[in-house]
Design a protein around this ligand. Sequence first.
Ligand SMILES: Nc1ncnc2c1ncn2[C@@H]1O[C@H](COP(=O)(O)OP(=O)(O)O)[C@@H](O)[C@H]1O
Ligand SMILES: [Mg+2]
Length: 289
Amino acid sequence: MLTSWIIYNGTLPGTKFERQANLITQAAEPLGIQTETFRNDDVRFLLPLDESFDALPHAVFFFDKDAALAERFEASGCLTMNRSDVIRLCDDKVAQTLAFQRANLPIPETIIAPKSFPKSVTLSDEALRVVTERLGLPLIVKEAHGSFGMTVYFIETFEALRRKVDALVGRDFLFQRYVKESHGRDVRVNVVGGRVVAAMKRTSDCDFRANVTNGGRAEVVVLTEEERTLAIRAADAVGATFAGVDLLYGASGPLVCEVNAAAHIENIYKTTGINVARPMLDYVREVLR
Ligand SMILES: Nc1ncnc2c1ncn2[C@@H]1O[C@H](COP(=O)(O)OP(=O)(O)O)[C@@H](O)[C@H]1O
Ligand SMILES: [Mg+2]
């Protein structure tokens, strides 16, 4: 019998992470796949896996960005979804940008900020002028790490840019052209094993960010062929077998915003009725056959 574990982040408040796990369990039952759910901060993970557990599962689903834990499962021979290197890459918007550029994907024009340290001096006004002359204002500043739009900032003036950049000294971030056609709307595409399995359009009336957690609402959307192909290419560019791809509405076609390697599947389920866990489980069965 195929066994799979589901890992979610237990260090965060709320129950939505557990609810994702339940969606997998529900889809696994009729397939005869055994599932067990764990928090990443389960004390048993503090010791070597083979000391804490009699048997490890065939596959581990990560609804979490704990790449180090994923890597430990891989070292013990488990299939992880996504792989630890993919989780790590997708947790870094700077690294993702470089992967999209290597794959020649359309993205909003992006300038990567120089690496700095907590004790570094801030970027000069001259540097910021190069950025604003190139990208215009308003522009978007994104930290390398963050979810739910929490570390994505809409910057309207040079002074606001100055303040934000000063505040981000020591952190990795990037500057991005603001795609005004996409203000308050984007498309979330779930890709599993190189196939589009579900998609929704997200719209917000109160924020430039369309994230549902940020007040956006979701509806079913029929993708254009261009959007479909781009989402698959974006997932492929970062090596994700399970991906939540965010696409922006560009003036002349879709643009890749980001790929989530630990994409939540609850909102897409509520919106489309599609439990993405099913194709994920089918994929794992196929690979482990
Ligand atoms: N360059 C941009 N122009 C306009 N809107 C953007 C841009 N980048 C991101 N957004 C909006 O902000 C949201 C959050 O950005 P995203 O890169 O997906 O970060 P997060 O990982 O926090 O979801 C996107 O879903 C989109 O609605
Ligand atoms: Mg996003």
